[in-house]
Design a binder for this molecule. Structure first.
Ligand code: HEC
Ligand code: HEC
Ligand code: HEC
Ligand code: HEC
Ligand code: HEC
Ligand code: HEC
Ligand code: HEC
Ligand code: HEC
Ligand code: HEC
Length: 336
């Protein structure tokens, strides 16, 4: 190939790849625009020509939403915010926006007429905030206007958390009208999370796993779904602290530590699940042989020596997480 042709091809290649890159940026930009906060605020203000009329006036127009109202009254938000509580009232319009336009023209006569014609009266819900089709940030802002980090302590890290950043909103997890319980029931947490986290679901199906499917350990024991200061939204500052909440016997400090390995349990364990016993990343001796050479022992038969070299290191090194007791030679070799 002539040098001129090479230059031509190179130029073409550069042009094409820049084009592709730019096209890539374009789709990133249009699919996930992050807007200034005030834009989201506008989206949740509702129609400016509508007025707030109160839950009772909303619901008196027709009775389609009585069940939602009953559930809501029985919920924490409803109960704590009855007029008697003296706290700011939460009602339907706190989230759905002012409702006067929605019930305009809905008289008892119209409702009766509709019923006679076998129709269900519907309010003009298009004049309310279209919550379902809002961007995730705006959806969450509906909740955050009351659930500020000061009022709801566990939302301290929400804005910087992976979920907020990845367009997951409060109502993806909290079903506001699924019943009177606004919280996620502990027994339903695992399945709720796994709807989106299919890979994690597969890990918990492996032979050795934390008993999350058995509902004895829960995703939120280790993670804070509202975000945290750590990578992977862990509940504690380090992996080790997250684990030793329950496995306190592995915390140490021990007189003989297994070097810095113990600072991160993931050196040897897969937190969710593993095909190998004890949630190990790598089975049996191979785990140890990644970092150590096998060795002969005082055993007299070749059989015994081979066993020591290649298998079951933890049969003898049984206190592998650390120990206060020295080995026969006076060193820390996790024998007892
Ligand atoms: C704390 C905020 C909040 C309050 C208060 C609230 N809603 Fe909702 N509502 C929502 C959200 C969020 C959705 C959308 C749910 C979704 O994403 O599927 C919704 C959806 C709905 C729907 C659509 C149908 C459905 O079940 O999904 C109706 C109807 C409704 N709400 C009625 C009411 C009524 C009536 C009240 C007052 C008793 C009320 N809402 C109070 C947040 C709220
Ligand atoms: C108008 C104010 C307001 C809005 C808007 C609001 N909340 Fe609440 N919410 C409260 C108050 C007040 C309570 C009861 C006190 C508490 O538990 O903090 C509460 C309670 C809750 C609880 C139950 C807490 C418990 O311990 O039982 C959940 C969950 C919750 N809200 C989620 C949401 C979600 C999700 C949204 C948005 C769709 C939302 N809230 C919007 C004021 C509000
Ligand atoms: C990825 C799922 C998920 C998202 C997103 C999420 N939550 Fe939660 N939330 C949970 C789980 C799980 C719990 C713990 C179980 C429970 O108490 O409901 C919880 C608990 C809560 C509680 C009860 C707190 C307490 O101290 O008991 C409130 C209030 C709450 N969330 C509000 C919100 C608000 C507001 C948002 C949005 C800014 C939000 N959540 C986003 C899953 C989620
Ligand atoms: C509506 C879907 C949805 C639900 C429900 C959901 N998540 Fe997520 N989660 C995401 C998305 C999207 C991300 C962004 C990273 C990704 O794509 O994995 C994420 C990220 C995470 C991360 C950080 C992963 C990383 O690589 O940094 C953790 C940990 C996590 N979720 C835990 C949970 C837990 C625990 C629950 C249940 C309480 C839950 N999620 C429920 C969608 C969801
Ligand atoms: C025993 C503690 C523990 C439990 C229970 C747990 N996780 Fe994790 N999870 C972790 C740790 C630790 C990491 C970090 C793993 C890493 O970086 O290698 C992690 C990582 C993740 C990630 C990031 C992707 C990955 O695999 O590295 C997601 C998503 C996640 N967990 C979701 C969940 C969900 C959903 C549940 C419940 C069904 C759950 N976790 C239960 C400890 C736990
Ligand atoms: C909420 C408590 C809790 C937390 C936090 C927790 N575990 Fe566990 N862990 C358990 C329970 C319960 C079992 C099952 C014990 C049983 O079946 O007898 C278990 C079992 C194990 C096992 C043995 C598994 C087997 O196959 O027998 C290992 C290894 C383990 N956990 C490591 C960890 C690591 C690493 C972390 C941190 C990422 C962690 N655990 C965090 C509760 C917890
Ligand atoms: C150097 C590798 C290594 C590190 C690091 C490590 N483990 Fe282990 N762990 C093992 C091995 C190997 C076993 C299996 C022991 C056996 O075969 O008897 C085990 C077993 C376990 C068990 C189940 C049996 C028991 O002793 O209760 C738990 C729980 C456990 N580890 C928790 C942890 C926690 C928590 C951490 C972090 C603080 C951690 N491990 C760090 C290698 C390690
Ligand atoms: C990620 C690498 C790594 C893994 C995996 C690992 N170790 Fe270690 N181990 C170390 C380091 C580093 C030291 C400290 C070495 C030193 O002080 O000379 C150590 C120290 C030891 C010692 C004390 C050695 C001495 O000279 O005092 C023994 C015994 C030991 N490990 C056994 C094991 C066994 C058994 C396993 C498997 C269950 C294992 N180790 C897995 C890195 C590892
Ligand atoms: C039959 C019991 C036995 C088995 C099995 C065994 N060890 Fe040992 N190991 C010992 C004894 C005993 C010592 C010396 C302890 C002392 O210093 O008093 C030792 C010392 C060590 C040491 C420190 C001395 C050195 O050689 O550097 C390491 C590292 C070690 N073993 C790793 C392993 C690994 C990795 C395996 C599995 C492949 C294993 N051991 C299997 C009994 C055993």
């Amino acid at each position: 190939m002539k040098p001129r042709n090479i230059i031509l091809y190179l130029t073409l290649a550069v042009l094409v790849s820049t084009g592709l890159l730019l096209a890539g940026c374009e789709t990133l930009k249009t699919s996930k625009p992050i807007l200034p906060l005030k834009e989201y605020e506008k989206m949740i203000a509702g129609r400016l020509d509508a007025n707030y009329i109160g839950t009772n006036n909303c619901l008196a127009a027709c009775h389609v939403h009585d069940k939602i109202k009953q559930d809501f009254d029985a919920s924490t938000m409803g109960v704590q915010l009855s007029k008697k509580s003296g706290m700011p009232l939460v009602d339907c319009e706190s989230c759905h926006g002012p409702g006067s336009l929605a019930v305009e023209g809905l008289t008892p006569e119209k409702v009766a007429e509709d019923a006679k014609a076998g129709k269900k009266t519907a309010c003009d819900y298009k004049t309310l905030i279209d919550i379902r089709n809002l961007p995730a940030q705006a959806k969450s802002l509906i909740c955050l206007k009351c659930h500020t980090a000061n009022a709801t302590f566990n939302l301290h890290n929400w804005n910087a958390g992976t979920h907020a950043i990845s367009d997951v909103s409060c109502s993806d997890c909290h079903k506001l009208h699924g019943g009177s319980d606004l919280k996620v029931k502990p027994t339903e947490i695992g399945e709720m999370c796994e709807k989106c986290h299919l890979e994690t679901k597969a890990e918990f199906a492996l032979p050795s796993h934390h008993p999350v499917p058995e509902k004895r350990v829960f995703c939120n024991d280790c993670h804070d779904p509202h975000g945290s200061t750590t990578d992977k939204m862990l509940r504690k500052i380090t992996v080790k602290e997250t684990c030793t909440q329950c496995h306190a016997d592995k915390e140490g400090p021990f007189t003989f530590q297994h070097a810095e390995n113990m600072e991160d349990c993931r050196t040897c364990h897969s937190p969710h699940g593993s095909p190998f016993n004890n949630l190990l990343n790598v089975p049996g001796p191979f785990l140890c042989l990644q970092c150590h050479a096998g060795h002969r022992t005082g055993a007299t038969t070749t059989e015994e020596n081979r066993a020591a070299r290649n298998t079951r290191c933890t049969d003898c090194h049984s206190t592998i997480h650390g120990t206060d007791l020295p080995s026969a030679s006076g060193k820390g070799r996790f024998i007892q």
